[in-house]
Design a protein. Structure first.
Length: 465
């Protein structure tokens, strides 16, 4: 009897899960409610796609491992995606401006493009190089028992039917109904955690002004220790000569969808650089607003789950989008599925549990980083910081000040932020001693601009600080 896998959701997590499965299954079907576009364009059920996205090097490498023949990264660059070293971006953190280091290594390169381009490129790569099939249908419920999932009940062209499967992967994103479906099978008490700072994101596309074509990714972070609502901004150079600018504010400091207020909000960040840049750029379209930004994690790996079901991507955990982790966590989850398939048959006892536990490693790392910042903002909803959280926050704040003056410390922090190293690596003796010793240079008094960047800013007027 042929073996079939059904993947619920045709976005990043779903397509990568399908890429992980096709070598081990006779048939892989991706269920997707939306009609998928045949070019890079927005999708109704992915409103977060309008905001700034980056693909971390860990996610890039996971995709390459899953689809070595397709070479998704090369396709993205050919379509206009930009690469940006984390150590050469313009970053203004709670401790001030980060220095820029000329050293460029692959493990610190971010891939910058629109979410629409990445979705379409990835989908085209999967469907053109594998036998994966996308079926337009809505998943209604799981079929099976509390011991094993055996398929999915779907609605397609007005008709309901049961679709048998040896493995079901829920990659349906933020709107996943996995908990509800599991309750229908008698599986309850999925441990959950939530930290919600009330963040609102407002994003707008801009045409890059003449003379600013090489301006790097620029970020002005919020200060979670400031006892005031956190406001931040990110300017990402993307394909087609555009900037995608996302402004964000926590509860009490939210941006609006009013285009007249967008630049003013940017100018009033902790540093006005992004505001000055967008004030001389041509806006392309309206301002897109999103309030679906809470950190929420479902610990499926800690529950007694049925065989035959794996949950990946945003269906497991959602993160504050400011930290740019979601797509890479989805890729690492699919990589965990692929690697488990090399070791164990999909029908073997414990297969789904082992995949869920392996995927939870990157989920835990990203969730810890995101919530360790968000829990400090005023009026946050969720667990309060513990004594351990307070001690760690003090240590990380000191390390950030050192990182602004030391390439080795900066690179070590970047490895953790990009999910390539565990947080515990920041406690290694060498880094611990460097942190305790303190900064080795005086802090910067302004953004570390190149001669070309300074010339552009000079040409459009003085930089108000």
């Amino acid at each position: 009897m042929s073996r079939r896998a059904v993947v619920i959701g045709g976005s990043v997590a779903g397509m990568l899960a399908a890429a992980a499965l096709f070598r081990s299954m006779d048939e892989v079907i991706v269920l997707e409610r939306d009609e998928l576009p045949d070019r890079p364009s927005p999708r109704k059920r992915i409103p977060q796609a309008r905001h700034a996205h980056v693909l971390l090097p860990s996610g890039r490498d996971a995709i390459q491992e899953l689809l070595p023949v397709a070479n998704v990264h090369r396709r993205l660059l050919a379509a206009g995606a930009r690469e940006q070293s984390m150590t050469d971006m313009l970053g203004f953190g709670p401790q001030g401006w980060q220095r820029r280091w000329p050293t460029v290594t692959d493990d610190l390169l971010l891939t910058c493009c629109s979410r629409d381009l990445l979705d379409w490129t990835l989908r085209d790569a999967v469907l053109s190089t594998t036998p994966v099939v996308v079926r337009r249908a809505e998943a209604l419920s799981l079929v099976g028992t509390a011991e094993r999932v055996t398929g999915v009940r779907v609605l397609s062209e007005g008709l309901e039917e049961e679709l048998r499967a040896d493995l079901v992967v829920d990659a349906s994103g933020r709107g996943s109904r996995a908990e509800h479906w599991l309750e229908g099978l008698g599986v309850t008490d999925i441990p959950t955690d939530e930290v919600d700072s009330g963040l609102v994101c407002a994003s707008r596309f801009f045409r890059v002004p003449w003379g600013a074509e090489d301006f790097p990714l620029t970020q002005v972070e919020a200060d979670p220790t400031d006892s005031r609502p956190g406001r931040s901004g990110t300017l990402v150079p993307i394909e087609d000569g555009r900037w995608l600018v996302t402004l964000a504010g926590t509860r009490g400091g939210e941006p609006t969808a009013d285009p007249e207020y967008f630049t003013d909000f940017a100018l009033r960040l902790r540093h006005p650089l992004i505001g000055q840049l967008v004030s001389v750029a041509e806006p392309l379209g309206e301002v897109f607003l999103s309030r679906s930004t809470r950190n929420r994690r479902r610990d499926f790996e800690k529950a007694v789950m049925p065989e035959g079901l794996v949950v990946l991507g945003d269906a497991v955990a959602t993160f504050n989008p400011v930290y740019g982790q979601g797509m890479s966590v989805a890729a690492l989850g699919a990589q965990a599925l692929s690697r488990q398939l090399r070791q164990t048959d999909v029908t073997a006892p414990g297969f789904a549990r082992d995949v869920q536990r392996a995927a939870a490693k990157s989920v835990s790392a990203a969730y810890t980083m995101s919530t360790s910042q968000d829990q400090w903002f005023p009026e946050v909803v969720g667990r309060a910081p513990s004594l351990a959280d307070r001690l760690l926050s003090q240590y990380m704040g000191r390390m950030a000040r050192v990182a602004a003056t030391s390439y080795s410390v900066s690179a070590a922090k970047c490895k953790v932020a990009t999910l390539q190293a565990d947080t515990s690596s920041l406690l290694h003796t060498e880094l611990l001693m460097a942190t305790l010793k303190g900064p080795v240079m005086e802090p910067l008094t302004g953004p570390p601009l190149t001669a070309e960047e300074s010339a552009f800013l000079d040409s459009v007027g003085p930089l108000a600080v």
